[in-house]
Write a protein that binds this ligand. Structure first.
Ligand code: IMP
Ligand code: MG
Length: 183
């Protein structure tokens, strides 16, 4: 029996393929494995956008790891973000004395990650670094932002997939696509 096409399901054009993401994660993991060889590492997944990157990255790491999750949302709409962030889900464990790596999906203005760094460093981790799969240098506002590991630098395009959403859609795409118009 033939079915009508699902007009609600749309696949955006690919910007970074699943194979290219995988290859880059292997390179990032190799650096992280070198830098933290033999060290217990606490990785913090920033919900929800980083879930797919996080689960792929941790499977390439070769040190004892602890997984933590933090939820944030920004006040107001994204383009007019004041940089004031609401933490909607906090960590389960204290960070004092631990080596910590914040795992981000994308750094756009940098306001979210800058806020998170300040929010977490008062808990006195032994070290605090960041990894972001994507970074848009053109839109970065926080020029002093600590970005230790970056997957891909991308132009100012709105990207979705591989965990990233537009209005909660597209998180399950296995690649990173881009939106030209709203869908
Ligand atoms: P920032 O605070 O401006 O750096 O933005 C951080 C958050 O904005 C990210 O964690 C995403 O949730 C969202 N964001 C920024 N750019 C994009 C994009 O191109 N696609 C999807 N989400 C984005
Ligand atoms: Mg994020």
């Amino acid at each position: 029996m033939s079915k009508a096409p699902d007009v609600k399901y749309f696949e955006p054009p690919s910007y970074i393929s699943a194979a290219d993401i995988k290859a880059r994660i292997l390179e990032l993991a190799a650096k992280i494995n070198d830098d933290y060889a033999g060290i217990d590492l606490t990785l913090i997944c920033t919900l929800k956008g980083s879930i797919v990157f996080f689960t792929d990255l941790i499977r390439e790491l070769r040190m004892p790891i602890h997984c933590e999750f933090i939820g944030t949302s920004s006040y107001g709409n994204h383009t007019e973000s004041t940089g004031e962030i609401k933490v909607t889900l906090d960590l389960n464990e204290p960070l004092i004395g631990k080596h910590v790596l914040i795992v981000e999906d994308i750094v756009d203005t940098g306001l979210t990650l800058a806020y998170l760094i300040d929010y977490l460093k008062v808990r006195k981790p032994a070290s605090l670094r960041t990894v972001s799969l994507l970074h848009k240098p053109e839109t970065l506002k926080v020029k002093t932002l600590k970005m230790d590991y970056i997957g891909f630098q991308i132009p100012n395009k709105f990207v979705v997939g591989y965990g990233l959403d537009y209005a909660e859609k597209f998180r399950g795409l296995p690649y990173i696509g881009y939106l030209e118009n709203e869908h």
